[in-house]
Write a protein that binds this ligand. Structure first.
Ligand code: G3P
Length: 217
């Protein structure tokens, strides 16, 4: 399973990238807005991210009409070859996905909350479909069940769109995504650090070092 980081914070991206496990980055308008205090435009922030990670970098349109989405999509794609244009799953979004794909611009269809939405996004030509598992859990449904359905449907028809599990909130989302065979999980920095930690690792390391010190070899 590929690991993307779900943030626009370049310090977090650099740190995760130094661990050697980043295959890509996902941003969205909220994540870029969180970094507004750094005095850089959204374009400059995306340029910087593209310099750090060599993999798909999702950048989202904010237009909600077809023409606006296509025009913003072209503009975002012009930033760097690695930019993937993120569009929401709406009627205009599906239309924009098809048009951008025809221009060989990769699209990540976002804000997916059902298997039917994922199927439509794939049929429109999405390179990635992004089910938001945490937000589904937030409304007392099971986000990972939707992911399971999407994977099954894509397998049934050999659909090439990749399943990108988003809105990941904790390590078990990552474990379940990997067990189900999701192509990608986009993970917030905090959860990436949680994946590394285990209390028994800390205890074990402490014991090894104490024993080593005592033996004075
Ligand atoms: O990429 C955006 C998505 O991951 C949102 O996550 O935690 O705001 O639901 P969250």
């Amino acid at each position: 399973m590929k690991f993307f980081i779900d943030t626009a914070n370049v310090d977090e991206i650099r740190e995760a990238s130094n661990l050697g496990l980043l295959d890509g980055v996902t941003t969205n308008p909220s994540l870029l807005a969180k970094e507004a205090g750094r005095g850089k435009s959204a374009r400059e922030m995306l340029e910087e991210i593209c310099e750090i990670v060599d993999g798909p970098i999702s950048a989202e349109v904010t237009a909600t009409d077809y023409e606006g989405m296509v025009s913003q999509g072209r503009d975002l794609a012009s930033i760097h070859n690695n930019i993937v244009v993120k569009v929401p799953i709406t009627a205009a979004g599906l239309q924009a996905t098809r048009s951008l794909k025809k221009e060989e611009i990769r699209v990540n269809v976002t804000l997916i909350f059902s298997a039917t939405q994922a199927l439509l996004a794939a049929k429109a030509g999405a390179t990635f479909v992004s089910p938001f598992v945490g937000r589904i859990d937030d409304v007392s449904n099971n986000g990972m069940e939707i992911v399971e359905q999407i994977i099954q449907i894509f397998d049934n028809y050999a659909i090439e769109s990749e399943v990108l599990v988003a809105s990941v909130r904790h390590p078990m989302h990552v474990v379940e995504a990997a067990l189900m065979g999701a192509d990608i999980a986009t993970i917030p920095f905090k959860v990436i650090t949680q994946l590394i930690k285990h209390p028994l690792t800390d205890v074990g390391l402490e014991r090894f070092l104490k024993d080593w010190e005592k033996a004075n070899l």
